[in-house]
Design a protein around this ligand. Sequence first.
Ligand SMILES: [Fe+2]
Ligand SMILES: [Fe+2]
Length: 194
Amino acid sequence: MVEPKVPTRPEALELLHRFNESDSLRKHAYAVEGVMRYMARKRGQDEDKWGIIGLIHDLDYEKFPAQHCVKTKEMLEEEGWPAEYVRAAVSHGWGICSDIEPQTDLEKALYALDELTGLVVTTALIRPSKSVLDVQVKSVKNKWKDKRFAAGVDRAVIEKGAAMLGITLDELIDETIKGMQEVAEAIGLKGNPT
Ligand SMILES: [Fe+2]
Ligand SMILES: [Fe+2]
């Protein structure tokens, strides 16, 4: 059997754009990619692989929201993507739209940070600067128990993800903020620093 070739970032980006026209879905993909890259680098892992999987993890969401994860698997397989990448992408929906449990650090990181990026976005948007560059761990923690704030964000999934990764919630929030700060411009959260 021929080994499938390793997908490149331009290929991942082309796929993302082909199937996701929504600006907010694209920005979510860039945010998740940014944090995955940051976390990979910090752990001495393959930054490109982590980032690429982050970029396409919600590939099917715009066109097939009711078949989330299931369709991503089909789409990536059709593109000839390696099983490792497909599995990792699908595992982010563990217990929600997939029964693939995150096993590797890459998969656990994706599972842990996906929802958290949404909470960081909302936290940035209520700041006068509307900039992720101003967001601190404590600003996110302050909103943790306020269930009406970013109500769609499942805090329990994030807490479970941090525990799976073997880091504290504060460490996970810190890494997520820093990863998103690296892509602040791409995700539209650079604000207007004075
Ligand atoms: Fe998802
Ligand atoms: Fe996502």
